[in-house]
Write a protein that binds this ligand. Structure first.
Ligand code: ADP
Length: 394
């Protein structure tokens, strides 16, 4: 069965065509910097690697570009769109409606739309991907895999906000949790690696969006992102935890509109707001040259992660392993070092030499005397989505 995975972010689309159940990757690629005149399209198959810079205005054009790459008569991998049996769409917010992988119909699309205000950077882009795929790959089954689904096991005491009950009972205001596909994938690999079914794990996903999850017996029991993918850790452009009184102060006293504050907290804050750079590689490079705002931003970022680790050790009543994953978690040895520094009380000890090694597979970067394992596990949301789509259809 050929399954195409479409993983749309705010300004990018990752895609992958796999044959299941062999999990053989037929091709993979990405459209980056959507909305810019210099969008980057990449395509990689067994025989070809293409990288192209062109103007891609929006996600619709991004999907058209992906289709053209797949069907390219010389370097493509498909003769016809009918060779795709199913499309797995990553959908960020599924509210409390969707705790399972779901076949998409009009009702499902309407509900995804309904949740758009809760994930404004993602759900609208996910919907465009779905609608375009329905048109272009009209013989394929369209399936949604929700980022929120893995966190359906978080107990009420952890996901309910301390505001009047009606908001939880009647209006769906609660913590939902995100990056579930990634946290599920890496935690399953860790469980297998540790050979311990009831492992106590803390999974740290550090990409453009960043989140941290406490996992017990394979189930998410707490998560740093809340009602929307904005709470918790310091991210590329999102502030993470912030005292809500600041929002009222910005509006009532400083004269910002609510839309401006929303834009500020989602798109102009985080590492970008602190340093002027969004990409951690730039921030690390500036910090190494002595840029003080970059040095402080890295420290703030790591300090926030440390606080959540402490909280989740308390929630789990112990810890077997910490997992670092996603672009920053997998690649930034500096961020791992800053996070794991001075954690002796918890018996968390990093091995600096192991931490500096690079690898595309799971690796242990703790020292031998560390009671807690520190694992770097490359995430593979596309493979996890493909598995879930295949399971649903078979
Ligand atoms: P997304 O959340 O969009 O899927 P990724 O998981 O691809 O994002 O992570 C993107 C982040 O990873 C960027 O901030 C980028 O700077 C960071 N990153 C990628 N490679 C490195 C590296 N070698 N060192 C430090 N940061 C890196």
């Amino acid at each position: 069965m050929n399954i195409l995975i479409i993983n749309s972010g705010s300004s990018s689309i990752k895609y992958q065509l796999l044959e299941m159940p062999s999990a053989q990757v037929i091709c993979t690629g990405m459209i980056e910097r959507i909305g810019s005149t210099k969008s980057i399209s990449t395509f990689k198959s067994k025989d070809y690697r293409i990288e192209n810079i062109s103007k891609i205005t929006n996600h619709k054009e991004g999907i058209e570009r992906i289709t053209a790459l797949l069907l390219d008569s010389e370097k493509g991998v498909l003769y016809s769109t009918e060779e795709v049996d199913a499309i797995g769409h990553r959908v960020v917010h599924g509210g409390s409606e969707f705790t399972e992988t779901t076949l998409i119909d009009n009702e499902v699309k309407n509900k995804i739309k309904l949740f758009s205000p809760l994930a404004p950077l993602h759900n609208p882009a996910n919907l465009v991907g779905i609608e375009m795929a329905e048109k272009i790959f009209n013989s394929a089954k369209q399936i949604a895999v929700f980022d929120t689904a893995f966190h359906g096991t978080v107990p009420v005491k952890a996901k309910k906000y301390a505001i009047p009950n009606e908001f939880y009972n009647e209006k769906g205001i609660q913590g939902y949790g995100f990056h579930g596909t990634s946290h599920k994938y890496v935690s399953e690999i860790a469980t297998e690696y540790l050979e311990k079914q009831n492992a106590k794990l803390i999974s740290i996903h550090l990409g453009n969006g960043c989140s941290i999850t406490a996992i017990k017996d394979g189930k998410s029991i707490d998560h740093s992102m809340g009602f929307a993918p904005s709470n918790g850790l310091v991210m590329g452009t999102r502030s993470g935890d912030i005292d809500h009184a600041i929002i009222f102060y910005m509006v009532n006293t400083l004269g910002y509109s609510l839309d401006e504050v929303n834009e500020l907290l989602n798109k102009k804050s985080g590492m970008l707001g602190l340093t002027g750079f969004n990409d951690l590689r730039d921030i690390e490079s500036e910090a190494s040259k002595g840029n003080t705002s970059c040095i402080l931003a890295l420290e703030m970022n790591a300090y926030r992660i440390k606080k959540y680790i402490g909280a989740y050790i308390a929630a789990l009543n112990g810890l077997d392993a910490i997992i670092f994953t996603a672009g920053i978690g997998e690649n930034s040895s500096l961020m791992r070092q800053l996070v794991c520094k001075d954690m002796d009380y918890f018996n968390i000890h990093l091995d600096d030499a192991k931490n500096d090694l690079r690898s595309s597979t799971i690796r242990e970067v703790n020292s031998l005397d560390s009671k807690v394992k520190i694992l770097v596990i490359p995430t593979n949301e596309e493979l996890e989505i493909a598995k879930q789509v295949f399971n649903l259809l078979t």
